[in-house]
Design a protein around this ligand. Structure first.
Ligand code: CMC
Length: 382
């Protein structure tokens, strides 16, 4: 039973609306807590792997040792793309943005899947696995193509994170670099009904298909108010001329009511727990790779923001310190958001699979504020 229009509340931006139930991630924005299926994000970042975290999100429980071994095997044997997909990658304009390329390439995966529209649970799980496992090759492949470098085929003996860095750079990463990438993927894997997850649910709720849902999500993630923020954080850090300029830069932006990217969150009014972890982590990597100046700059921005707007609950979010982490790993700025997608595909698909268990079309109303009963005047008389 739905309410009449008079009984409905307008909620612009869906700030106060709960649209469905989920047992995947729990966020306590007041106390800065994030759990995936009840496991604290800090615990997962320290002890889990992206593969195991994905199993957790898809199955709502941790795997046994043999289940993890089997799942890892399934992931690794799915890394490679068909020859046609590699051809599509090299047919793309070299100057295209990687996020546009990733959206197009993810969508293209559906073209060669005869079961793209099969709505069964098994088929949806298979499609989720296909997108999760092939995204690293899509991103790394496009990056090498645009740089005029030879494509690197995946190595089925290594983890998804290690394999991504290998396909991107053509050399195997150090253990520390691969672990850093893996932790970033764990931290970004899921986050309740964020904008891109919600967008994917809107698409799947029409009983469209998993490829369309994830393609929708990638387009939504791209915006600077969502996943696109990490790239803009880095641009900001590069714009600031040194530690002495930070105060003026931040105060000037705040005076103009501009946002400082990487700060603030719709849900967290305390420190984003992912940022707490990434801050310590970014510091270690910055020291290892000699990027301490950028880290110091970030810390200074945070101090000023804390002084000016901390009391309003505006703290660093996940994008603030992930930007310096990715930069220290030698990743190009415009790959930061594709990396976010490479991780969040795990959460997008988990939410779609969960929503389909008890699907209902998502179809909100709008509060119509336009005119009524206008007289139609023929074009010749207007
Ligand atoms: N810098 C300066 N002021 C801010 C910021 C910021 N980063 N974020 C929020 N505010 C102020 C904002 O100006 C507004 O002030 P006032 O009430 O005086 O008009 C107030 O805080 C509320 O902001 P809002 O934009 O209405 O809040 P929201 O809940 O709609 O937006 C947000 C949340 C994430 C869009 C916003 O904080 C923002 O634009 N942050 C910068 C972009 C960013 O870092 N995005 C990544 C989000 S985390 C990754 C993810 O989950 O996607």
């Amino acid at each position: 039973m739905s309410n009449t229009m008079q009984e409905m509340q307008t909620d612009i931006g869906l700030v106060n609306t709960i649209v469905a139930r989920s047992a995947l991630s729990f966020i306590d924005g007041e106390n800065g807590v994030l759990e995936y299926v009840g496991y604290d994000i800090d615990d997962l970042a320290r002890n889990s792997t992206f593969e195991e975290t994905t199993f957790l999100l898809w199955n709502k429980r941790l795997p046994s040792r043999s289940e993890l071994a089997e799942f890892t095997e399934q992931i690794r044997t799915n890394y490679d793309l068909s020859d046609r997909m590699w051809d599509i990658i090299v047919s793309l304009p070299r100057d295209a943005s990687p996020m546009h390329a990733l959206r197009t390439l993810t969508s293209a995966l559906s073209l060669e899947d005869p079961g793209a529209d099969d709505p069964s649970e098994e088929a949806n799980a298979r499609k989720s696995l296909a997108m999760l496992t092939k995204m690293p090759a899509l991103i790394a492949g496009f990056d090498r193509h645009r740089k005029g470098l030879d494509l690197v085929r995946p190595d089925a003996t290594i983890s998804l994170s290690e394999n991504f860095l290998y396909m991107l750079n053509g050399i195997k990463p150090t253990e520390r670099m691969a672990r850093a990438m893996d932790i970033c993927l764990i931290l970004h894997a899921d986050h309740g009904f964020n904008a891109s997850t919600f967008a994917s649910l809107v698409t799947i709720s029409t009983l469209s298909d998993m490829y369309s849902a994830v393609t929708t999500a990638i387009g939504t993630l791209k915006g600077p108010l969502h996943g696109g923020a990490n790239q803009v954080v880095m641009i900001m850090l590069q714009e600031i001329e040194g530690l002495d300029s930070v105060e003026e830069y931040v105060m000037d932006k705040l005076a103009k009511k501009d946002k400082i990217m990487g700060f603030g969150h719709r849900v967290y009014k305390a420190y984003d727990p992912r940022a707490t972890y990434l801050k310590t982590f970014a510091e270690g990597i910055a020291e290892d790779t000699g990027n301490t100046e950028l880290f110091e700059l970030s810390k200074r921005i945070e101090q000023i923001m804390d002084r000016e707007v901390g009391s309003r609950g505006i703290y660093p979010n996940v994008d603030f310190y992930s930007a310096t982490t990715y930069f220290s790993l030698g990743i190009d700025l415009d790959l930061f958001t594709p990396l976010f997608a490479m991780s969040r595909v795990s959460g997008w698909t988990a939410h779609c699979l969960e929503y389909l268990e008890d699907n209902r079309l998502i179809r909100p109303r709008c509060d119509y504020v336009g005119p009524h009963q206008q007289e139609y005047i023929a074009i010749s008389q207007r």
